[in-house]
Every structure is written in structure tokens, then in C-alpha cells.
Design a protein around this ligand. Structure first.
Ligand code: PAP
Length: 340
């Protein structure tokens, strides 16, 4: 019988994030005691304290809570899956490091690295290791997560670190997630028959029941929305659609929130526009690293880039699916002041 070490795998063909039988005995017992449903990216997802996690992500969440020590200068980018994480990471990396890496320079790190490599997910880092090392962006730790607010470690609340939450329309998010899940499942189905395609009906049904990574989406989003209302200097809430509509204004807002507003000289020199061009969907998706490079899960980076548009749900969801999601949004966000 294999020792219950953190990386023991019963099926070595599967990448770690798809495995279910790893971790200490205590962790395995915890997993086996939780309500579970079929996962989107992982074979199963588990409900722990009201939110849904893959086994791999739950391992990450528990270790993150236990071991992460926040610093005042940390920046944490928070999203639900498929709400524009890559875009936010690219924008924030370019903003934070712009004195060090001129945006116009031909050797800018964003031209040869996928944004997920430059700004790591704590979810993945802690799922893999108990005490991961994080890179610095211009002397600052910029990290990202899909974890819900109640899963942030105490030190994140106590320190003066800054949190940016990016929210996307649930209808576009579910469509994006469904496409992504099937691309990822397709890559893995050779080794695992359970990973065959999920239908859009099934995806929408699960999403509306709250059963998706980090879900229920309404609780995830409201958790951060409420924090941003209570403490706007610590938590900034931004919407994908608003950045699309007024990119320059929102980039200035992000930079000001992080304490590094654009100077007059930078404004005159067109730095805002240069950052937006560098991080645009067309530019990033066309780069060699994002067309043929490999991602953190051994996937092709190209799966991260599909259309990058607002309103693509109209090409996929039936009227019934759309109005069901609208109804949930209406009900769950009623009185919050937020309309995602
Ligand atoms: P993740 O949860 O796997 O990190 P995430 O980056 O949050 O994914 O979201 C991917 C979505 O952002 C995709 O949306 P779509 O399926 O509707 O097209 C992807 O195309 C989109 N996206 C990626 N890069 C950009 C960008 N630079 N600008 C706008 N949208 C982008």
C-alpha cells in the first residue's frame, strides 16, 4: 500500500489536478466525507463549507489558509474561472513593472511568457507544495486565486495588501467555461474515459445549481462585492465588460488603486494605450508562447484564448437558458447594488 504522501498517485498517467487519491490520510478522509458531484475539469468536485472545489484545489485552499503569510505590499487578483483572469494578469503585470520593463520594448516578459507564468495561482502552487516560493514583480508579490473570500487566510485580511476582483457576466462566463472544459477534457479523455464531453445543457444546469469550481458563482461574487463596499481601499471590484467598454479609464483606475497612477509624462507618451495594446486579446493570442506553449496543467496555452468578446452567449444559450440565468442573477443579487 502506498504511503499517504502528498503526491502519491494511483494512476500515474493522470496529471496531479485530475487525481483524487493523494494527500494525507486526514485529507483523504475529509474528501471522502464531502458531498460530491461530477466536475467540469476534474472527475469530481466537492462541496466544502458551502463552496465547490476539485480535490486538488481543496488541497491548495487548505494549505493556503494554513501557511500563507500576507505582506502589506502583496497584490491578490481574484476571479471565478473564465472571467478574464489572463487579461487582468497581463494588465496588472504591465502596470506594476512598467518602469522596469518599458512596455514598448521588444524583450517585454509578456511577449514570451503566458501571464499565468508571471503571476501564479496560489491555488495551484499550494496544491503542489506546502511552502511555495513566489516570484516578485518589481519587488512585489502579485498572486492570483479563484478561492472564495471566506477561504482567504487571516493575514490577508489583517495586512494592508490589495485585492482586485474581476467579475464577468455569468452568461458569457458559463459559455466560456463550457468551451474550455471540453477542450481540457478532450485532451485528457485518451487516458480517462470519464472525461468525455459535457453538454451545454449539463453545464448550464450545474452552473445554475451553483455546482462549478469556486461556485456558487453568486456567493463567490457577492463575498468580494460586499468586501469592496465595506473597504474600497483594500478591495477593488471591476467588471470585464466595463474594461472592454472604457479600457483607458479602467486601466487608470487599476493603476491608481495600486498606488502607481500614470504620470503626466506617461500620459503624454501614450503608455496607457501601449499597455492596452500589449495586453489585448489579438496581441496576446497571436504570440508564439500562447499559440504553441504549454500551460501549468500541461495543457496548450491556446485553450486560454477563444474569442474574448462580450455577449458571445447569444451564439450558444437558448432563450430558456439565458432567462434562467437572468432570473438567478435577479434573485441572488437583489438588494446588493450589483448587477453582474
Ligand atoms: P482561467 O479561469 O482559465 O484563467 P480566464 O483567463 O479567466 O480563464 O478567462 C478566459 C476568457 O478570457 C476567455 O473568454 P472566451 O472563452 O469568452 O473567449 C478568453 O478568450 C478571454 N481572454 C483571454 N485573453 C483576453 C484578453 N487579452 N482580453 C480579453 N479577453 C481575454
Amino acid at each position: 500500500m502506498p504511503a499517504p504522501s502528498d503526491h502519491n498517485a494511483s494512476n500515474s498517467l493522470l496529471p496531479h489536478y485530475l487525481q483524487e487519491d493523494f494527500g494525507t490520510q486526514g485529507f483523504r478522509e475529509l474528501i471522502s466525507s464531502l458531498p460530491k458531484e461530477k466536475g467540469w475539469l476534474t472527475p469530481n468536485i466537492y462541496n466544502y463549507k458551502g463552496f465547490w472545489f476539485g480535490a486538488f484545489h481543496l488541497q491548495g485552499a487548505l494549505r493556503f489558509q494554513q501557511h500563507f503569510q500576507a505582506q502589506d505590499s502583496d497584490i491578490l487578483l481574484i476571479t471565478l474561472p473564465k472571467s478574464g483572469t489572463i487579461w487582468l494578469k497581463a494588465l496588472i503585470f504591465a502596470v506594476i513593472t512598467r518602469k522596469h520593463f518599458l512596455v514598448s520594448q521588444e524583450t517585454h516578459p509578456l511577449l514570451t511568457n503566458n501571464p499565468h507564468e508571471l503571476i501564479p495561482f496560489v491555488d495551484v502552487s499550494y496544491a503542489r507544495e506546502t511552502t511555495p516560493d513566489f516570484p516578485l514583480s518589481n519587488g512585489v508579490r502579485v498572486l492570483s486565486t479563484h478561492f472564495p473570500y471566506p477561504f482567504l487566510p487571516e493575514s490577508v485580511r489583517e495586512k494592508n495588501c490589495k485585492l482586485i476582483y474581476l467579475c464577468r457576466s455569468p452568461k458569457d462566463t458559463v459559455v466560456s467555461y463550457w468551451h474550455f472544459a471540453n477542450k481540457m477534457r478532450g485532451e485528457k479523455s485518451e487516458n480517462n474515459k470519464e472525461m468525455k464531453e459535457i453538454s451545454l445543457e449539463e453545464a448550464v444546469e450545474n452552473y445554475c445549481r451553483g455546482v462549478s469550481l469556486g461556485g456558487p458563482f453568486w456567493d463567490h461574487t457577492l463575498g468580494y462585492w460586499n468586501q469592496s463596499s465595506e473597504n474600497p481601499r483594500k478591495v477593488l471590484f471591476v467588471k470585464y465588460e466595463e474594461i472592454k467598454e472604457e479600457p483607458e479609464a479602467h486601466l487608470r483606475r487599476l493603476a491608481a488603486f495600486l498606488g502607481c497612477p500614470f504620470s503626466k509624462e506617461e500620459e503624454k507618451g501614450g503608455v496607457v494605450g501601449e499597455i492596452l495594446r500589449l495586453c489585448s486579446f489579438d496581441n496576446l493570442s497571436g504570440l508564439e508562447v500562447n499559440r504553441s506553449g504549454k500551460g501549468v496543467f500541461g495543457n496548450n496555452n491556446s485553450v486560454m484564448f477563444r474569442k474574448g468578446e462580450v455577449g458571445d452567449w447569444r451564439n450558444h444559450l437558448t432563450d430558456e437558458m439565458a432567462s434562467r440565468i437572468d432570473q438567478i442573477v435577479e434573485e441572488k443579487f437583489n438588494g446588493s447594488g450589483l448587477k453582474p
